[in-house]
Design a protein around this ligand. Structure first.
Ligand code: SF4
Length: 288
């Protein structure tokens, strides 16, 4: 039905529908299931997301390596003191993104959206938007379908894998998916969703994948925290009426080319970036 954002935009325009509606119709047809079954399935996914985004806020969820754990709780405690620099909303979003990342690192249940490494961004973005605008569960489910549509375009035309395209592909895709969903949820147009998705990728174009000791923990959790902030500000940039000079399909293509141009050392091999620092190497030597 659609492979590119331009095709998705045309379908939305022709049928006067939102991204989520087009994606839901496509999914019902593809999976041969009813609207109710589709909603039920996505509701299960949403429940897992809500759980992972909240479960490390009031208790420490420590990973086997002990790199991860406790930072979501620290962030939540800091936010609750009410004296943050970037405000309640951003701090709350970062705490939730860290929570899912910590649950993932501790082998807990998360939803790979689009990957496990970047799984903290979308749940946190949706929950933060729900709180801010008092949205319903059904709204959230629609947001997930919008995000899925954007993720599908990136996966089909580029990559969502850190090993192939660097962290820009994983956390960039998650941020773009979240930014587009947020815009739709707050009443923005399809074009505005695509501008927001473009900004989210452009803002972190070139971000390398360099997990310490090859474990999806540091700097991954930090990048989920900054990734959700990126999604929120990208949505605001677009809702303010700012337009991306480069269309989304071209941004995706550019991201893919940047990923391909990255040396292997910066694509999940733990041979470059912060993984190759003396401290990163030392940790690897002691723990693996
Ligand atoms: S640094 Fe690599 S492993 Fe970690 S979240 Fe980014 S892409 Fe995934």
């Amino acid at each position: 039905m659609f492979n590119k954002a331009t095709e998705l935009l045309n379908l939305c325009k022709e049928q006067n529908k939102k991204i989520s509606e087009i994606v839901m119709e496509k999914e019902m047809k593809h999976s041969k299931i009813s609207y109710e079954e589709l909603i039920d399935k996505m509701n299960d996914i949403l429940n897992t997301m809500v759980s992972s985004a909240n479960s490390a806020l009031d208790k420490e969820v420590i990973s086997v390596s002990k790199i991860s754990g406790g930072n979501a709780k620290k962030m939540e405690t800091y936010k609750n003191k009410g004296n943050t620099i970037s405000g309640n909303l951003i701090n709350s979003a970062m705490a939730r993104a860290l929570s899912t990342s910590e649950v993932n690192a501790a082998m807990g249940r998360i939803v790979a959206a689009p990957t496990a490494g970047a799984s903290g961004i979308l749940p946190s973005a949706l929950l933060t938007t729900r709180e801010r605008f008092n949205l319903s569960n059904e709204d959230m489910i629609h947001g997930l379908f919008t995000a899925a549509g954007i993720g599908e375009i990136i996966a089909k035309n580029a990559t969502i894998s850190g090993a192939e395209g660097g962290c820009q592909a994983e956390c960039g895709a998650a941020s773009a998916m979240a930014a587009a969903a947020i815009v739709e949820l707050v009443g923005g147009s399809v074009e505005t969703s695509l501008h927001a998705a473009s900004f989210a990728i452009i803002n972190i174009l070139g971000l390398v994948c360099d997990p310490i000791a090859g474990l999806v923990e540091f700097p991954c959790a930090l990048r989920n925290a900054s990734g959700v902030a990126n999604a929120l500000i990208s949505a605001d940039l677009a809702m303010a009426g700012i337009e991306s000079m480069i269309p989304f399909d071209e941004v995706v293509e550019a991201m893919y080319k940047v990923g391909k141009a990255m040396p292997e050392s910066l694509r999940e091999t733990a041979l470059g970036g912060v993984a190759a620092t003396p401290t990163g190497e030392e940790f690897k030597k002691k723990n693996l």
